[in-house]
Design a protein around this ligand. Sequence first.
Ligand code: TYM
Length: 333
Amino acid sequence: MAKKIFSGVQPTGNLHLGNYIGAIKNFVDLQNEPENNCVFCVVDLHAITLKQDPLELKNNIRETAATFIASGIDPTKSIIFNQSLVPAHSEGSWILSCIARMGWLNRMTQFKEKAGKDKEKASVGLYIYPVLMAADILLYDATHVPVGDDQKQHLELCRDIAQKFNNDYNVKDVLVPPEPLIQKQFSRIMSLKDGQKKMSKSDVSDLSRINLTDDKDKIVNKIKKAKTDPHPIPENVKDLDQRPEAENLLGIYSSLKRQSIEKTLEEFGGKNFSEFKNNLSELLVSNIEPISKEIKNLLNNHDHLDKILLDGGIKANEIAEKKVREIKKIIGF
Ligand code: TYM
């Protein structure tokens, strides 16, 4: 069945292996099923919910687009654009913020994490961030949204908003509640330094993550220093319980090899971590180094990247603007 795919990534620097395995790698697989229509967005309006330096933001927008392309997203097959080019996202977000309920937003765990202790000082944008995300998705009638596990709650909210709009205005399926596409395994890649913490661009330690711009030496060094435990690799999955670091590294290996964790345990069960780490480093280098080199190549030509984003923006604008017009008519504007 043909799917309408939409997903987004924030241009806040340090895109990492978690973004790749949890999201971007799946974008590429979905794009490569020819019947799918895919839109991939650099969500720069989301980025400014936390303060950004203007020059850095501009660079990060290009770098995120370059990462999409270097990972295999093809701008002749998929629409790639940055959100701020399409005014319908802001307009749609306002309208949907009048549909979403305070109680729904109060439950969002990511806001609580990002706002920290002093939530009075968080921006209002950070609070209504998931409403903008809902607008992103609903303006494209997306049927499927590939994301990592941490976005699950936001997608549930998006479905609630779509359903409430359709009910409130007594229209059928004007807003399409999307299906999340979250992999059963490997949808949450953890820090290399602490298997209980998500791999994240905001972690102060660069050793906690593999950046998609890391070269071979950095990758090898980070895997060498990655936290493990003193036991050998187990023979079966059950024995990975209470061993989050081992589970994470084996998960990364399995995901890149496109095989089950059981298969990986068949390969390495009983062996020690140093042998496994050599294999993991090799696999990571062969997957990530070509991406890292291509990102650098692409960033040498800003005009080329800007043109891809602009062309994508024109196509995205056509779709999203039409949807906002339909919504406004229903509302009575
Ligand atoms: P963002 O920019 O934080 O992350 C981009 C994608 O990477 C996934 N991800 C991970 N997956 C596995 N393990 C990890 N450690 C890890 N860290 C990040 C995220 O789940 C995400 O899929 N709100 C979104 C961006 C967004 C969006 C949208 C997504 C805005 N509008 C519409 C989908 C549809 C975000 O902040 O992602």
